[in-house]
Design a protein around this ligand. Structure first.
Ligand SMILES: [Zn+2]
Length: 338
């Protein structure tokens, strides 16, 4: 019987197909394909009328059994798929916390900068901004470092186009502020500076500096001392001692380098202070009258002081960091500690 042959082949491919189904959607498609009104079995039933009379009961019985077989196979498969779906929902604990998005935090250098600016702000210093790409005038001339002056060699500098340069010190901000505003002036500025230094544990081509400035009538060296001492005690601790060593800077006169007693060993000597008991933290001095003249402030009427410090160095001292490169390598194992 031709019909029987056809039915057997439909059954065979239906069983194979149903066993391979792995989604409820695929299962529904197969149900429609085999058992639906326009399905293959329905079409087979309709074709019984063409079968010889004696074969009709046999064909009818076969179709009924086949319908049952495919139907129960589909039901079985559906149950399996639904159980699997439930299991995956049960394994998913909705009381678990969601996907955690890690919050970033401030870089240790930015935090150090903000802490220091905060201390000076409480003493009345205003924090200002200043450009990183500068002219030679602001980086050198106005700071009393004329062309061919030997001291210029100590300020190795990155030059960019059109005679512009990446500032090698934040003292440029002093000039810009004194040009813009008239005394009394009390400002701080912190930001990046650039020098073509070979990178090692204590040098980087880019680092952070902070600059402070106070100009008014009757400002004297003891004002500078008072302000810096207040800063050192606030930032490093009440017991810290200060020491001024005479030094040379072109833009201040007299100039000094300022050491604080080591806040780790209390001056006894340790690894951080190289067993000297003192740490160099600042450069400062009274603003050179020639610098005041450059910005058209009368040095006979006004005096002032300026100071500068390396933010990287202060941060390294405070937190016992022994390699400046750690600040710029963005290794989260390091950054997470702050
Ligand atoms: Zn020490």
């Amino acid at each position: 019987m031709k019909l029987l042959e056809k039915l057997k082949s439909i059954e065979k491919s239906a069983i194979k197909e149903i066993l391979e189904i792995n989604s409820l959607e695929g299962l529904e498609n197969s149900r429609v394909k085999y058992l639906g009104r326009k399905g293959e079995l329905t079409a087979a039933i309709k074709s019984i009328k063409n079968v010889a009379k004696k074969d009709k009961p046999k064909a009818g019985q076969f179709i009924n059994e086949m319908k049952k077989k495919i139907g129960s196979l589909l039901d079985e498969k559906e149950q399996g798929l639904r159980e699997k779906e439930m299991a995956s929902l049960e394994n998913h604990d909705i009381t678990l916390p969601g996907i955690e998005r890690e919050m970033g935090r401030k870089h240790p250098l930015i935090r150090t900068m903000e802490e220091i600016i905060d201390i000076f702000a409480r003493m009345g210093f205003k924090s200002v901004d200043s450009p990183e790409v500068e002219t030679e005038f602001y980086n050198f001339e106005a700071l009393n470092i004329p062309k061919n002056h030997p001291s210029r060699e100590t300020f190795h500098t990155f030059y960019v186009e059109n005679g512009m340069l990446l500032r090698s010190q934040t003292s440029t901000a002093q000039i810009r502020m004194m040009e813009k505003e008239k005394p009394p002036l009390q400002i701080v500025h912190a930001g990046k500076v650039y020098r073509p230094d070979a990178v090692d544990a204590s040098h980087s081509f880019m680092f952070y500096q902070m600059e402070g400035l106070m100009v008014d009538k009757g400002i004297v060296f003891s004002d500078l001392k008072g302000v810096l001492e207040k800063f050192a005690k606030e930032y490093f601790g009440e017991d810290v001692q200060m020491k001024f060593r005479p030094h040379y800077f072109p833009f201040t006169e007299p100039s000094a380098e300022i050491d604080i007693s080591c806040f780790i060993c209390g001056g006894k000597g340790c690894r951080v202070c190289s067993y000297k008991g003192w740490l160099e933290v600042l450069g400062a001095g009274m603003i050179n009258p020639r610098v005041l003249e450059f910005v058209k402030i009368d040095p006979k009427e006004y005096t002032g002081f300026a100071f500068g410090m390396g933010i990287d160095r202060i941060c390294m001292l405070k937190h016992g960091i022994d390699d400046i490169r750690l600040f710029y390598e963005n290794d989260v194992r390091f950054l997470r500690q702050f």
